[in-house]
Structure formats: C-alpha cells, structure tokens
Write a protein of this length. Structure first.
Lengths: 160, 437
C-alpha cells in the first residue's frame, strides 16, 4: 500500500513513502507492544501518505480510492484484531470473523465507490451541490458522534 | 487458612467502548475534514468505510444477556487430588465471542480444561465446560467466580463482568505416612486399644498370683497350678485409651518452593489425629501462635473433622504479645496426656512453653520441623559465620531439651516424618527418665 501510494504520486516518491513508513512503524510498534490506541495513528499516517500522493498528483479524481479505502479498513481491522487477547477456544470464531471482514470489505468498497461518485458529481455540480456535500459530511459526523455519546451514556449507566 | 473471598465485585455485565470506536470515529472525521480542507474527494471515499463500520456498530450493537454457573462435584478434597467442576454458560442473545475465565484462588490449580477460553454462543444456547481442579495447598477456599467478556460483532463494544456463585471448598492436608504411633507413658481410665501398665481386664498377660476367693475360674492358669499344687491365676494388663494433645507452633514459619514448615506441621498433625483417633484415643489440639486455637480432647470421627477443620484455619498471625502456658485453657491439657509438639523451634515463646510443659510433668515429645533446609546462606564470610552460629544455637537448644528428658527428633528434607517419629519413640524407650525439675 505504501509503494502503491508513492508510485501514485508521480514525483517526490521518497517523501510520500516516508510518511507511509512512519505509519507502518507505528502500526508495528502498536502490535509489538500491544497498544491498540497507537493503531489509529498508524492508519491515519497511511491515509496521510495517500492524501500527500493525491496532492502531488493533482488532476482527475483517483478511481482507485475505494481500493485504498478498503485496504486501510482491513489494515485497521486486522491490527485491532491482533491487539485483542486470543484465548484458545471455539475454532469457528476466527473463521466467522474473517468471513465477516471479507463481507465488510466488499460493502465498504461499494459504499466508498458510491461516495466517490457522488463527490465527483458534487465537484461538477457547482457551489450549491458542494455546500450540500459539506452539510452531509458534517451531518454524518454529527450522527456518528450522537450515537457514540448515547452508547457511552448507556454503557456508563450499566456500569454504575 | 481460609482464603478470603474475592473483593465485592459488581455482578452482571457492564458495557464499555473499546479503543476501536473512538479510533474509527476519529479516522472518519479526520478523513472528512481533510477532504473539505484539501478539496480531495478521494478522502471522503477513504473515510466512508470507517464511518460505515462505526455507524453500523453503534446502531446494531445488542446488549448480550448471558449468565454463568459453577457446579462442584464435592466440597472436600485432599491435597494433590483432583476435583471436578462444571461451568454452565447460557445466553439469551447470540454472542459472537465470549471470553470466559475461571478465577481460581492461590492454592487451587487447573489440572485439566482451558481457562481463559473463547466461546461462540447462538441465541438461547447453553454450553457446559468441564474443568479438573487440583488442591495444591491445604486450606479453605471459595470457588465459583467466572469472569465473562462478550464482544459484539463489530468489536466496538465489549461487555464484561463477574458471575459469582461462591461455594466453599476444603482442601484437607495430604496425610504423612505413619507406621507406629508414639505411646503415652500412662493411659487413661477408659477402655481403648492401648495396653496399660496397670493390671485389669484385658487380654495381654501381665503376671501370675495365687487364687483368691472371687477370682473367675477362667483366669486359672492350670499349668502353673499343677506345678505348684495350688490354684494360680493369670493377671492381665488392662486395655485403655490415651489422651494425646497435638501442639502446633504457629508463631512463625519458614518456607520455599511451595512448601513451608507450617504446611508440614499441618500435614503431620492431620495424620497423627487420624491415626490416634482410629485407635480410640482422645485427641485434642492446641494451635499456639499469634492466635491461640484449641480443641478439648475427644474421640471419634466428628473430632477428626473438628481437628482437620481447625487445622485448615491455622495461619501465621504476627503478634508481639508474650504468651505463656497460662493462656492455654487448663482442660485442654489433661493430666497424663501425651503432648506431641510440632514446631520449627524458631519462636522463643513456643520454645519457652514447651520447656514449661515439661517442667510441669507433662509427657512431651517434640518433632522439630526443621527450618534449616529453607535457610538461604549468603555468599560472604560474615553471612556464613552467622549461619553457622544460628545452627550452633539450634544444636544447643536441642541439647537443652534432651537434658530435660524431652525426646526431640528433627524432621527435614533428608528424613521422613516416619523416621522422625521412630527416632522419638526410640529415645523414649531407652533414654532415662529425667526427674522433673
């Protein structure tokens, strides 16, 4: 993924790959010392590498962005899975989780592609459509934040 | 030694968000903001999967409803023996992954079975897990704490908690092998298995004497009577019981490698109590230490359980108060009783009380549970000299007991309890009775 993003940049490949390598090192450190909070920083840096590559590349929208998105999601999922405790037990648990990840990757790829297509359309649709896009993004974030808050409250109440 | 019950834990499952939830929300938010700031729609595509997982996890997360129960095959076991336990887990909701841990106190080990373990439970499914536990150290324990952690399918939340159906379990000390018991110098008045010095009703031949009116004809020794031309009768030794007091020194202990002097003393006391009670003797217990425990002498199976249960409560309690014989209830030490002391001879109070008992005329035998194998000798000369001095002081103490006519045998790694008892027995047979000072 690091090499893909660096090659996608077209120039300053070393700088782009450097950002990705820092992310990779963070991920490896998170896995080595089993600190799941660091995983997000590693994934964010891998995403930053791709964003840098896009900035350097310029031009048209990258049609392979959904593939990168699915790749990042899988990296994050596998990294979190690795930092969880793994007591021995039912063998089917890992298989089922793997199946679910494959399904999730397919759905996420589809959603990502749709989102990209809509974003592209918004880019051509002028200022009004772009404003709608910004509002939609902010709304989506707000919905997720509200859901997280309510879930957090419920968890807190259950713990008390 | 009663293992304390685990601290009060909230029962049932409590939900908390894993580190994945804020991370995914953060990554989604970061992607969307970066897309807006940098004007890169591809970053919206990058953020979308994280937002999707977070939203789906939040919307679809179901609170698991699980319960767990522990069933023990029995409440009593012996050190080193296995104890079967069955854990039943059931779930009203489906649980993608349920981590289960069977919390065992120190002294109880898992011999067979897997803990922690992961389970996948369907809606309404009940699962039974069999564990084999092993009592590694004598004592009283409470078992039945099950820790559960349930993960929902997206891994954004986990519900964890403890289910405690505590049940008492007693691990009895492993009995030490005993071939021949120590016999008191004098017996008591009740019938038993011990041949008394006194003459009376019994089966062991004691002497011959002339027939006197009132003697039973069956006592007539016809061979002796024919030789003497007059009636002679057999005299027999009576068979009586004895009183035995087990004196356990619990002021201090020294240990290492999972065993201590107290462990050995408790095992020896349990074995002695079992064997003496099997011979219809009355057995009492004095646990002399930071906390004084005692049991009046009695006989029978109930007394055996009383003694063993009391031994399980034995623990070292540090206490600086000076204690002497006066604190022991008088009825605990009946006259003519044999006192078998099990002591590491480390605390001056126990040493003094044993000398005091001898001075008061009690029939005393000491099995010294040697702390010497547990002593770690330092590397430098000063520490080696200190160790040698300590050994010499112990030798001097043993010699002091011998001067007072107290049989004392050392029980250490090189000798079994059996040989220590035998050594005491031989001392009592051949050593002259030293008058009580």
């Amino acid at each position: 993924m690091i090499a893909f993003a660096a090659l996608r940049a077209g120039r300053l490949e070393g700088l782009v790959a450097g950002v990705g390598l820092v992310g990779l090192l963070l991920l490896l450190a998170a896995l080595a010392v089993q600190v799941p909070t660091v995983v997000a920083w590693g994934v964010a840096l891998l995403g930053a590498e791709y964003a840098t590559a896009l900035l350097l590349r310029g031009g048209t929208i990258d049609p392979l962005a959904p593939v990168v998105a699915v790749g990042l999601l899988l990296v994050a999922e596998f990294a979190y899975w690795s930092t969880e405790p793994h007591p021995p037990g039912d063998r089917g648990i890992a298989r089922r989780r793997l199946q679910r990840l494959v399904l999730l990757a397919l759905v996420a790829g589809g959603v990502s592609a749709i989102v990209l297509a809509v974003s592209e359309a918004a880019g051509r649709g002028g200022l009004g459509l772009e404003a709608i896009g910004v509002a939609a993004a902010a709304g989506a974030l707000a919905v997720v934040a509200l859901l997280a808050r309510s879930a957090g409250k419920a968890a807190g109440a259950a713990r008390r | 030694m009663i293992d304390e019950a685990p601290a009060e834990r909230p029962q049932g499952l409590s939900r908390y968000a894993t580190t994945k939830l804020p991370a995914f929300i953060g990554l989604a938010g970061l992607g969307l903001i970066a897309a807006l700031v940098l004007g890169l729609p591809e970053l919206v595509a990058l953020a979308a999967p994280f937002a999707l997982v977070a939203a789906a996890g939040l919307a679809l997360a179901e609170r698991p409803s699980v319960d767990a129960e522990v069933e023990l095959a029995r409440e009593l076991t012996v050190e080193g023996e296995d104890l079967e336990a069955r854990v039943t887990v059931w779930s009203a909701t489906g649980v993608e992954r349920l981590d289960l841990v069977f919390d065992l106190p120190t002294g109880i080990a898992l011999a067979d079975g897997t803990s922690p373990t992961s389970l996948n439970l369907q809606r309404g499914e009940e699962r039974t897990l069999d564990f084999t536990l092993r009592g590694e150290r004598w004592g009283g324990y409470t078992l039945g704490s099950i820790g559960l952690r349930a993960y929902e399918r997206f891994g954004l939340f986990a519900d964890e908690g403890w289910f405690e159906h505590l049940q008492p379990v007693k691990v009895y000390p492993r009995p030490e092998a005993i071939k021949e018991l120590l016999r008191p110098l004098e017996t008591q008045v009740f019938s038993g298995n011990q041949v008394a010095r006194e003459k009376g009703e019994g089966i062991e031949f004691a002497d011959l004497r002339r027939f006197v009116p009132g003697d039973r004809p069956r006592r007539v020794n016809w061979r002796a009577s024919a030789r003497r031309d007059e009636l002679w009768v057999n005299e027999l030794h009576a068979e009586r019981n004895t009183d035995v007091i087990l004196f356990l020194d619990s002021f201090s202990e020294v240990g290492g490698d999972g065993e201590s002097t107290l462990d050995r003393a408790v095992r020896a006391a349990a074995a002695l109590a079992t064997n003496y009670l099997a011979e219809k003797d009355r057995v009492g217990l004095v646990s002399f230490g930071g906390v004084l425990n005692w049991l009046f002498p009695s006989t029978g199976l109930v007394q055996l359980y009383r003694i063993v249960d009391s031994l399980l409560d034995t623990e070292i309690v540090f206490n600086y108060a000076w204690k002497d014989l006066e604190v022991i209830p008088r009825r605990t030490l009946p006259p003519k009783a044999l006192i078998v002391a099990l002591t590491p001879l480390l605390d001056a109070r126990a040493v003094g009380v044993l000398l005091d008992l001898r001075a008061r005329g009690f029939d005393l035998a000491i099995v010294e549970i040697s702390p010497e194998p547990f002593a770690i000798v330092g590397g430098d000369e000063l520490e080696r000299v200190a160790h040698r001095l300590w050994l010499l002081r112990r030798e001097a103490l043993r010699a002091r007991y011998e001067r007072f006519g107290v049989p004392l045998a050392e029980w250490d790694d090189d000798a079994s309890f059996l040989s220590a008892l035998e050594e005491v027995r031989i001392f009592r047979r051949y050593a002259p009775r030293v008058p009580v000072l």
